[in-house]
Design a protein around this ligand. Structure first.
Ligand SMILES: [Fe+2]
Ligand SMILES: [Fe+2]
Length: 353
């Protein structure tokens, strides 16, 4: 809203090399209630004064030493300010050529000296009102953009949360604990970074890998919680947790869900082709699945489960090493060994309570 008050508080730069002119204009404006006037007699100081605070109007003389009014306008335009205020040229010069040049150089309006004070003030009010309306719209736009940014961040956050809770839903069907998911996913992101992935892809790994066993929600309790060894038939059903998980996660355009689908489907494939569900081998197994396989097995080995003790780190490492080239991608095993200290730190950070 433009009020008399906001108009009177407008910042107005008055540029004239004649101190007497400056004083005259100052007096005139103050009498009308304008209280934020910046008087500049050296045109070389206009840019600095302009940049110091948002300005709403500039009154500009043309003939000045060092830098004429045209150059001042050119300097201001170079700043690329989307809210460049109107420039009102005040000059003793007259004639169509001069007028055209001033307008083409960026002046919004002009008045010839000596000017009539009422005419000047009327023009100043008009120009100010137009500029204040523009500033108001601009501020509104900024506020809207800020709101959209905030909402987008909220949506992203809630999306991540849903995805993480989906991973937790899977844990509840299983002996594995919530801590396993945290250790496994953080280690997966660390290994991805070691492989040279960028931050965004590492984050995808971090948020997608908790869903690797999501398909276990489709496996019956009698099999999932069976305390004894599974029969061949039961094992075959158990293995379908990969395809069930991939099925639940399929059909989305979302990068995160698609990454989660790939991991769910391929985290039990083995480098030598003896894994499941599709017996993929070597690089036919997506790297996401190969990464998940190593960190998942390593954490399972070093954790307590109802049917086993936690292996000492050295033995688990030895096991991973021994299965390099059969179960695991050999190059990835080398990378994993390099980040082992980091993996162990993650283990401490998310240790079982
Ligand atoms: Fe699994
Ligand atoms: Fe797991």
């Amino acid at each position: 809203m433009i009020t008399i008050e906001s108009r009177e508080k407008s910042r107005i730069l008055i540029v004239d090399d004649e101190p007497a002119n400056l004083r005259l204009l100052e007096k005139m404006f103050k009498a009308e209630g304008f209280c934020n006037l910046v008087l500049i007699s050296d045109p070389r100081k206009v840019q600095e004064a302009y940049c110091a605070e948002p300005t709403d109007l500039i009154l500009l003389d043309i003939n000045m030493p060092h830098l004429d009014g045209y150059h001042v306008m050119a300097q201001l335009q170079e700043l690329g300010d989307p809210l460049l205020p109107p420039i009102l040229v005040l000059t003793a010069q007259t004639g169509r050529d001069f007028l055209m040049r001033a307008l083409n150089s960026g002046a919004r309006d002009f008045l010839s000296k000596p000017f009539n004070r009422y005419e000047l003030l009327a023009r100043v009010r008009n120009l100010l009102d137009a500029h204040l309306a523009l500033r108001f719209t601009f501020d509104q736009k900024g506020a809207l953009e800020e709101m959209v940014r905030k909402r987008t961040a909220e949506v992203t956050q809630s999306r991540l949360e849903i995805v993480q809770r989906l991973g937790r839903a899977a844990e509840h069907r299983d002996n594995e604990t919530g801590r396993h998911i945290l250790r496994m996913s953080n280690s997966a992101a660390l290994l991805a970074r070691q492989v040279g992935w960028n931050e965004d892809r590492c984050d995808l790994m971090l948020y997608a890998s908790p869903m690797h066993d999501l398909g276990k929600i489709g496996i019956s309790d009698t099999i999932l919680l069976k305390p004894a060894r599974l029969t061949d038939e039961e094992r075959a059903i158990m293995e379908t947790h990969t395809t069930i998980g991939a099925d639940i996660l399929s059909g989305s355009n979302d990068e995160l869900l698609e990454t989660a689908r790939i991991i769910a489907l391929t985290h039990h494939e083995k480098w030598d082709g003896s894994g499941y569900p599709r017996k993929l081998s070597g690089e036919a197994i997506p790297l996401e699945g190969r990464i998940a396989a190593i960190v998942d097995v390593f954490d399972a080995l070093t954790s307590v489960r109802p049917y086993k003790k936690a292996w000492p780190v050295a033995e688990a490492v030895e096991d991973i090493r021994q299965h390099s080239g059969t179960h695991f991608d050999p190059e990835l095993v080398e990378h994993f060994l390099k980040i082992l200290p980091g993996v162990l730190l993650i283990g401490e950070r998310f240790s079982e309570p």
